[in-house]
Ligand binder design. Structure first.
Ligand SMILES: Cc1cn([C@H]2C[C@H](O)[C@@H](COP(=O)(O)OP(=O)(O)O[C@H]3O[C@@H](C)C(=O)[C@@H](O)[C@H]3O)O2)c(=O)[nH]c1=O
Length: 186
């Protein structure tokens, strides 16, 4: 498993091996041993699977407040997404900065997002299926979000009018919420 650190500390782009043959392919999409070998020892507790029917669906930017913060290991089994994360860890050199990466069934890449980030994605193709593992359970009371196009984040979304949930349409800007991950919480 190749692991490439991205510009925000803790973010890792992973390239699992895909063994192709005449039948199709085989791939170990998650292995505790392979992740431990690159220094990631994570106890995942939940697997999520989301289908988006259309290109232009934007989900995010979401996080769960501590102590229910979640690390996420994200991949795409069908279609493609622009995956976006924002570092919300106060005191991190990346605080308030965003990173974007394309994940697709074609490139077979995965993104490891540690606790302390907001996460969102835009589907680039219809019928896109996103799968991700989390290291903490869903906690509806801790569920929170930041407005996808908060100008302070400077995210270069390739779409002006995405398809959003009502919740995401009404999300606050980062400057309008108490810092979700103060020093000591991450
Ligand atoms: C996230 C989640 C949602 N739900 C429920 C709540 C709601 O009724 C329904 C849809 O929830 P949402 O609208 O929040 O789904 P969605 O907008 O897809 O939310 C997801 O977005 C991406 C970007 C993430 O990073 C995830 O952590 C998660 O926040 O599913 C669960 O039961 N368990 C979960 O873990």
């Amino acid at each position: 498993m190749k692991a490439t650190p991205l510009e925000l500390p803790g973010l890792l782009l992973l390239d699992p091996v895909r063994h192709g043959d005449a039948r199709g392919f085989f791939s170990e999409v998650w292995s505790r041993r392979a992740l431990a070998a690159i220094g990631l020892e994570i106890d995942f507790v939940q697997d999520n699977h989301a289908h988006s029917a259309e290109a232009g669906v934007l989900r995010g930017l979401h996080f769960q407040r501590p102590p229910s913060a979640q690390g996420k290991l994200i991949r795409v089994a069908r279609g493609a997404i622009l995956d976006v994360v924002v570092d919300l860890r106060q005191g991190s050199p990346g605080y308030g900065k965003a990173a974007t990466v394309e994940l697709s069934a074609a490139n077979w890449r995965q993104l490891w997002v540690p606790r302390g980030f907001a996460h969102g994605y835009l589907t680039l193709e219809p019928d896109t299926e996103v799968l991700y593992k989390t290291d903490a359970y869903y906690d509806r009371a801790a569920d929170a979000g930041i407005l996808w196009n908060d100008p302070a984040l400077g995210i270069d979304w390739p779409v002006a009018a995405p398809i959003l949930s009502e919740k995401d349409r009404a999300a606050p800007r980062l400057a309008d919420i108490p810092p979700p991950f103060p020093p000591g919480s991450w």
